[in-house]
Design a protein around this ligand. Structure first.
Ligand code: GDP
Ligand code: MG
Length: 460
């Protein structure tokens, strides 16, 4: 247990007017501040831990009533931070919250830094680092699936998977160390080739790594960029998917110049849509700027939605966009719009530039086929898959640590397979352990820690 002498305080609810606001205090002064600033409404206030008491908050002058509140003291170590914690639920007027905060500060607290409550919880062993990160991410989660994933990590799913891998490695190390101790007595041939634990751990690390793409999609959502030449109906399609008129639709080519974005949710996954300027030789500087923005967007897309007009013959502009899209390393959905009008081309004909490609037909104007497009988007995003059992990794930090662990495990296998001394393999295994410990925070540098926690909200 890390003893912190400073008592920290923060308003934990968002700024602005609300029914209720919450102030959190953590540290050794919390019980004394409860006694000093709270006047109970009933005489039975004994400050039992985790009990909620009704009364007034009184200013440090001992007279002025600041608000009628509920106060709860949670004594260490059974609190969120592992320290004595006082929570005051008051009325959610920013002036009241500020007034109460000032009393705490006047009596010796200091304002908490972002994430400092969680940091203390981690330092006091109330949660591991992966859980603290999940907590911060859960607060900001944008979709139901993301919420579910972070909650499962908060409950320890990733930490448990890492613990299992750890114990495999510790057993593996024990095996190797036994081999090192008896190396005098054992001829080369008798040294076990590769302890099963190493193979098992490597497979476990690979399994976790394989969840990254899916988990990123779940937590970050997926970027879909709609591209096509002018007048294919890109803006109409964005409006149709968004279910509202976001982008201006006209029959004048080159109407859209800025990027127009909208986020929708499909099957619990956020889909960030971007409508772009039609790609063609630009007619003026504004259009030129707009088209250069499209190119940047194409670079960042997870899915490129190529839109063609089915009612007009394809042109060189269409072919150019098609060629450009082939250079991109992302998923591509090829969509043909205006299927309410007579078709002007047929990709089933041999030699057609879109021959053999799976096309989605729709009418952005009237809505036919749009449900199929949503289904296709959701399938590409893996929207119908439930999050994997056990841990999933959605943070780059975790991915990098696992990649490091995997590289060490492979190196250990290689040492043993090539008959090198077991000591080399043991060294690689302990490096793999260190990499795993970065995820749960068992072993981590101060810098990394402060970078992680500084991204949190105040009051969390
Ligand atoms: N008939 C028909 N017209 C459409 C359809 N989608 C868009 N349009 C029309 O095509 C023109 C260009 O549409 P817009 O969405 O502005 O295209 P953008 O330049 O690609 O953004 C407008 O007159 C739209 O009403 C469609 O599915 N069917
Ligand atoms: Mg447009």
């Amino acid at each position: 247990m890390v003893t912190k002498t400073e008592t920290i305080a923060a308003i934990a609810t968002p700024s602005g007017t609300a029914g209720v606001g919450l102030i959190r205090v953590s540290g050794p002064l919390a019980p004394e501040l409860a006694q000093r600033l709270f006047r109970p409404a009933h005489s039975n206030c004994t400050w039992q831990s985790h009990h909620c008491y009704h009364g007034d908050i009184i200013a440090a002058d001992g007279k002025t009533v600041l608000d009628e509140v509920l106060a709860t003291l949670m004594r260490k170590p059974r609190s969120f931070t592992g320290e004595d914690v006082l929570e005051i639920s008051c009325h959610g007027n920013p002036l009241i919250l500020q007034n109460i905060m000032e009393q705490f500060l006047a009596l010796g607290c200091r304002p908490a830094r972002p994430g400092e409550f969680s940091e203390r919880a981690y330092l006091n062993g109330r949660m591991d680092l992966s859980q603290a990160e999940a907590l911060a991410a859960m607060i900001c989660a944008q979709s139901a699936k993301a919420l579910q994933l972070e909650l499962s990590q908060l409950k320890g799913s990733l930490g448990n998977s890492i613990d299992e891998l750890r114990s495999l490695l510790i057993d593996g190390l024990a095996n190797l160390e036994a081999a090192i101790d008896f190396t005098e007595d054992v001829s080369d041939k008798e040294i076990p080739a590769v302890p099963g634990q190493i193979l098992q751990a490597a497979a476990g690390v690979e399994l976790l790594l394989s969840t990254y793409r899916q988990a990123r999609l779940i937590t970050q959502g997926i970027r879909v960029v709609i591209v096509g030449k002018p007048n294919t109906g890109k803006s109409s399609l964005l409006n149709r998917l968004a279910g509202k008129k976001k982008a201006i639709v006209t029959d004048i080519p080159g109407t859209t110049r800025d990027l127009i974005t909208e986020t929708i949710t499909l099957d619990g996954i956020s889909i960030h849509l971007t409508d772009t300027a039609g790609i063609r030789p630009p007619r003026d500087d504004i259009e030129k700027e707009g088209i250069s923005l499209v190119r940047q967007q194409m670079e960042q897309a997870d899915i490129l939605l190529l839109l063609f007009d089915g009612s007009q013959p394809l042109t060189d502009e269409d072919y150019r966009i098609l060629e450009q899209s082939k250079k991109r390393d992302c998923q591509i959905l090829t969509v043909v719009n205006k299927r309410d009008l007579a078709p002007a081309w047929d990709n089933r004909l041999p030699g057609h530039p879109l021959h053999g490609r799976r096309l989605l037909d729709l009418s952005a104007k009237f809505g036919d086929g749009v449900e199929d497009l949503k289904k296709a988007l959701s399938d590409l995003a893996g929207g119908t898959d439930a999050p994997a059992e056990g841990g999933m990794i959605s943070r780059l930090r975790h991915k990098l640590a696992l990649e490091k662990a995997l590289a060490c495990l492979k190196a250990a296998q290689n040492c043993l397979a090539t008959g090198q001394s077991s000591e080399f393999a043991a060294f690689e295994l302990s490096e793999a352990l260190n990499a795993l410990d970065e995820i749960t925070g068992k072993k981590i540098s101060e810098d990394v820690l402060s970078r992680i926690f500084s991204g949190f909200c105040i009051g969390k």
